[in-house]
Design a protein. Structure first.
Length: 390
């Protein structure tokens, strides 16, 4: 395809995801940046990287604000400008888009984008409260609803309208847990059976324990350059050829429709139009499966199937490795983990590996076009990016 790239990814890094006891955000991010620098020996971090844009959802977890310069310091990037971006669970998807803006503006030629969150040292109740800050305070938080509850409403609506089943939700979990066993950096590297998923503890009906993503620590990053200089740094750049981002009401109660995320559909439309790619051209996708229903909604919002047919897609095995459109080969948020601020660029990291043939046991054969789909809150923010191998 002849679409001119917006920017090029010349390297990427990811910390191990999981319960990283004794480590803080700054150390997790330094782990990710170390990998990115080591992957790209032609890059001099101090001389070449001109700015850092990093996604992080909340200060509450570590009681630490002013994240940008803190992470720049621990990554050896001082005195370069460093800016934190907040868009709930889409924070690093938004940081990626901000990095694209910076290069397209001509202000910078090389930037680092990334994200981080440290969550596991807090209690489940504390994490639930902090995450709920991405929902509407007076009308949702104040009345006691949490994100499992909000996505349970979406799941119930989708089941009622389209006949999607609890088994379809469980099939997403089984697929992503299998993929996670192939990813050494995933948080939960264990297979689960359909029966185990279906009989796990109820969290918010119809969502059960294995329908929900993990509380995780982790960091991710990418090094972006202007396309015309990418080959100075690597023989195998991955080009970003489409970028879309959109917003919706922060409150689920204000939406016209509970069975689709409007912001995701708008962002996808923008990214497809910019890239000249259609859903049928996508070889591999990383989508935001914070809950299993979210992956099924993503199939439809991204055009991988008709509206209402997401359950059929997982039922027929089309999104498995070796299927028509492999989705979440990394294990997704469900198995790889969901350190919320790190998720958007962690998805891009997986696409980078896939399109450069470095994904090892989970490699999608012949992958040339990739897509990532990052969602904030219950869908108030969504960013979609389309990638092409060189």
């Amino acid at each position: 395809m002849a679409t001119k790239p917006l920017v090029s990814i010349v390297s990427a890094g990811l910390s191990k995801f999981g319960r990283r006891e004794g480590l803080m955000c700054r150390e997790l991010f330094a782990e990710a940046t170390k990998e990115a620098f080591e992957r790209c020996p032609n890059l001099d971090p101090i001389q070449d990287v001109e700015a850092l844009f990093v996604g992080q959802m909340g200060e509450s977890y570590e009681h630490q604000g002013h994240t940008g310069p803190t992470l720049a310091d621990w990554s050896g990037l001082l005195p370069k400008p460093a800016i934190r971006i907040e868009s709930a669970c889409a924070s690093s998807g938004s940081a990626l888009r901000t990095g694209i803006y910076a290069i397209l503006s001509g202000l910078h030629k090389v930037v680092m984008v990334g994200g981080v969150e440290k969550m596991t040292h807090r209690t489940t109740a504390e994490v639930t409260e902090y995450l709920a800050m991405a929902s509407d305070f007076p009308f949702e938080q104040w009345n006691g609803i949490t994100f499992p509850g909000l996505y349970a409403l979406m799941a119930t609506a989708h089941m009622h309208k389209y006949g999607t089943t609890e088994e379809n939700l469980a099939q997403v979990a089984v697929k992503n847990h299998h993929n996670g066993t192939l990813n050494p950096k995933a948080h939960m590297q264990k297979e689960i059976t359909l029966e185990k998923a279906l009989t796990s503890k109820m969290v918010a009906s119809p969502l059960k324990l294995y329908d929900c993503s993990l509380i995780t620590d982790g960091a991710s990053c990418l090094i972006l350059t202007a396309p015309e200089i990418a080959k100075q740094y690597t023989d195998t750049p991955v080009h970003i050829i489409g970028s879309g981002q959109a917003s919706d009401t922060i409150g689920l109660y204000e939406r016209e429709e509970l069975t689709s995320l409007k912001a995701a559909k708008v962002a996808a439309k923008q990214a497809y139009k910019m890239s000249g790619v259609t859903p049928k051209d996508v070889d591999v996708a990383e989508v935001h499966d914070c809950f299993t229903i979210a992956e099924i909604l993503a199939y439809e919002d991204l055009g991988f199937c008709e509206t209402g047919k997401g359950g059929n897609l997982i039922q027929n095995g089309e999104t498995e490795l070796g299927g028509k459109i492999p989705v979440n080969p990394s294990g997704g948020l469900k198995s790889k983990g969901h350190p919320v601020g790190a998720t958007g660029t962690a998805q891009a990291y997986e696409i980078y590996l896939q399109l450069t043939g470095q994904a090892d046991k989970r490699q999608v054969t012949g992958a040339e076009i990739g897509l990532s789909h990052n969602v904030g809150g219950s869908g108030a923010t969504s960013s979609v990016h389309v990638y092409r191998s060189d």
